[in-house]
Write a protein that binds this ligand. Structure first.
Ligand SMILES: Cc1ncc(COP(=O)(O)O)c(C=O)c1O
Length: 387
């Protein structure tokens, strides 16, 4: 908690603050490259060059050809475009698609929409630690399967799927492989030169870039249908004038991220461990996800005998999430945690702590103490409420 804020933010999986270096660059671009990047005059060419540089920066982060990116408004749009765009263009070959029950809503709801349009979806259930095995994944593929979509890092639990193994299986079966990388790009190393990934969605605000800008990586030779129609920008696949300053921000954020992934991962590993140790003595805790592996920036825990809504209130001024941030308006227990086999009550008591670059050891100590006190207070107050 800093002196100028009255909350302690531990919700970096929901969004991250803009990196000051990135903000400064965007400010400069805003005035120096305001022209439409599609204009052929000198000012337009300057804007186009700014966009080109961002693509190079993103390509360097992911070891990918800069020409393979489409700019979008974020991972929601990238997921829609990748999944619906690929499913539709390949529909004449087959209408079977594969995904997991623990995907983000920005994937789940696209598949539900496609199901209504006559596609058949296989929904894979993970094991209790949140993983899908290569065997279960391969068993779901059929002659008519056209696309599989599996997220890299789960936004609620931090569970990391084995993208390399699953992608290799897709290649063997001539199935397109889409990965929702909203929680992994800029946070863990990814090498698209060797990873068998055909389509990858990402969004800048998860890695200290601006909101409202994302990208879709489309591997060479992979075809999708556009979902929007308009000008001829971006090979007609995603028309519309480009937001040059946002794109510049995404590129700069990618460069900053690339330079500090290892440092951030090391720090989060230490802090996550300290947080877990710091809350242990309340007892009755259960980690949601893989206790020993998983992305170290996320710790999701359920606790016995405490009701989730009251817990979130009692945790003030900690800013943490109950399940997914994108779901937090809903009173429903998290469908992701239910898919891991948690009961409604366990899922409802879950709290997701997510760590970020500004998080300090002192923050973790405050968070742990706040959590311990909140759980003890609620257990003392309402013992009759628990079954
Ligand atoms: C895994 C995952 N996919 C997709 C999204 C959607 O990203 P955006 O809101 O930037 O479109 C999020 C954001 O919460 C996410 O965590």
């Amino acid at each position: 908690m800093t002196a100028d804020s009255d909350f302690l933010y531990l919700d970096y999986a929901a969004t991250t603050p803009l990196d000051p270096q990135v903000a400064q660059l965007m400010q400069e671009v805003h005035t120096s490259a305001f022209a439409n990047a599609g204009s052929t005059h000198r000012a337009g060419r300057r804007s186009a060059a700014v966009v080109g540089r961002a693509a190079v920066q993103l390509g360097a982060l992911l070891q990918a050809d800069p020409d393979c990116f489409l700019w979008t408004s974020g991972a929601t749009e990238s997921n829609n475009l990748a999944i619906a765009g690929a499913a539709k263009i390949r529909a004449h070959r087959g209408k079977h698609l594969v995904t997991m029950r623990t995907e983000h809503k920005a994937v789940v709801d696209v598949f539900i929409a496609l199901e209504k349009q006559g596609f058949e979806i296989s929904w894979l259930t993970p094991d209790a630690n949140g993983h899908v095995s290569s065997e279960d994944f391969e068993a779901a593929l059929r002659e008519d399967t056209q696309l599989a979509s599996i997220m890299h890092i789960n936004n609620e639990t931090g569970v990391v799927q084995d993208i390399a193994a699953l992608g290799a299986i897709c290649r063997e079966h001539d199935v397109l492989f889409h990965v929702d990388g909203a929680q992994s790009v800029g946070k863990v190393h990814m090498d698209l030169d060797t990873l068998p990934v055909d389509l990858l969605s990402l969004t800048a605000h998860k890695f200290y870039g601006p909101s409202g800008i994302g990208a879709l990586y489309i591997a060479d030779g992979v075809h999708i249908e556009p979902l929007m129609f308009g000008g001829g920008q971006q090979r007609r696949l995603r028309p519309g004038s480009l937001p040059v300053d946002l794109i510049a921000g995404l590129g700069a954020a990618a460069e900053v991220a690339g330079n500090r992934i290892d440092k951030d991962l090391e720090k989060f590993t230490t802090l996550r461990e300290a947080l877990w140790r710091g809350i242990q003595d309340v007892g009755g805790l259960q980690i949601n996800g893989s206790p020993d592996s998983g992305y170290p920036g996320i710790l999701n825990v359920s606790v016995d005998d405490v009701e989730g809504e009251s817990l979130l209130l009692a945790l003030e001024p900690l800013c943490v999430a109950a399940g997914s941030a994108c779901n937090s308006q809903s009173q429903e227990p998290s469908y992701v945690l239910r898919a891991l086999g948690r009961s409604d009550f366990e899922a409802q008591s879950a709290v997701r702590f997510s760590l970020g670059r500004p998080t300090t050891r002192a923050d973790i100590d405050i968070a742990a103490a706040t959590y311990r006190n909140a759980v003890r207070k609620l257990r003392d107050m309402a013992p009759e409420r628990v079954a």
